[in-house]
Design a protein around this ligand. Structure first.
Ligand code: DON
Length: 304
């Protein structure tokens, strides 16, 4: 496995030159464009890593699957999906247009920004501090990584440049999708995107879902049903308006973030984390996707 990872990472490194590091948030553009790393963890406890594995990067949109799990634990599936749909939007992750033009008047799914802001508004706690802390604690628990924490420089950048997200938040409040305080929902959203992780952290997250919501110590944290909901949405919406093509090329439930991370799940087998901050036009790690495609081919990991 180690040799295979080396071969695949080295082969895909040249792809990093074809993309670009996200620069719409100050600080994100400081990442090394040519960085590329992978971590694979299996259900037997084996762990294999190659390349840029120790580097910390912000989890960004990968956090949307974590907040979805906590929001469903807090409010139940029926409530959450009464406010947010389950359909791919076919639009970029930060798109606003369908919020008003479609008849449903609710975000298409929880993994686009509008849906994730609505989901953030549903996380319970007595004040905004406690609400985010619960999300951070939950993230640390299911990734089995106590070192996960917020990068405050990135958080400030998210907040300073987050006017599109604010616009969506206030629209959702006006439509009754967000019931509580909009600024609090946005603050939770900006902070959750700014949590720093490594490929180990997100591989563990993938393994947690591969194991249907059970930690490596055997503790069940979410139901099999909730784990299935999350994995299904990862397939249909996890790579934004590239989800269909990615499902054909790779075939593993996956979620990307503009920090350059992608988490992938091989149900009942493996969790995989990749990092490559050079992104394609849709905001997905260009070389990370290449690595996952090659690995899926070599090991026949597609679920389809
Ligand atoms: O809302 C934002 O601007 C971002 N922080 C979104 C995060 C993200 O990773 C989107 N897509 N890949």
């Amino acid at each position: 496995m180690q040799e295979l990872l080396q071969k695949i990472v080295e082969k895909n490194k040249e792809l990093t030159n074809l993309g670009a590091v996200a620069n719409y948030i100050p600080e994100l553009d400081k990442a090394n464009k040519n960085a590329l790393g992978i971590c694979v963890m299996d259900m037997e406890g084996n762990q294999f890593c190659y390349g840029e594995c120790g580097t910390r990067f912000t989890i960004q949109s990968i956090s949307k699957i974590i907040s979805l799990m906590l929001a469903i634990l807090d409010n139940g599936e029926e409530y959450v999906f009464s406010k947010v749909g389950m359909e791919p939007s076919g639009d970029p992750f930060n798109s606003i247009r369908k919020l008003e033009t479609s008849s449903r008047k609710k975000p298409y799914n929880p993994l686009i920004n509008a849906g994730a802001i609505a989901v953030a508004s549903m996380i319970k706690g007595k004040n905004v501090r406690e609400r985010f802390q619960r999300l951070l604690d939950f993230t640390r628990k299911i990734t089995e990584d106590e070192t996960v924490d917020v990068n405050y420089k990135i958080y400030c950048g998210e907040s300073e440049t987050g006017d599109r997200n604010r616009a969506m938040g206030y629209f959702l409040k006006g439509e009754g999708i967000i019931e509580g305080n909009v600024e609090e929902a946005l603050d939770i959203y900006f902070k959750q995107c700014s949590m720093e992780v490594t490929v180990y952290t997100i591989a563990k997250l993938g393994l947690f879902l591969a194991n249907d919501g059970v930690l490596s110590n055997g503790e069940r944290v979410i139901s099999t049903r909730l784990s299935r909901i999350v994995k299904t949405l990862m397939v249909t919406c996890g790579m934004y308006d590239e989800s269909g093509e990615f499902a054909v090329r790779v075939g593993m439930p996956s979620k990307s973030g503009v920090g350059g991370g992608i988490v992938s799940v091989v149900p009942k087998k493996m969790g995989i984390g990749v990092y490559g901050p050079s992104l394609d036009k849709k905001g997905n790690s260009i070389a990370g996707a290449g690595v996952l495609e090659d690995l899926a081919k070599e090991l026949d990991l597609s679920i389809f």
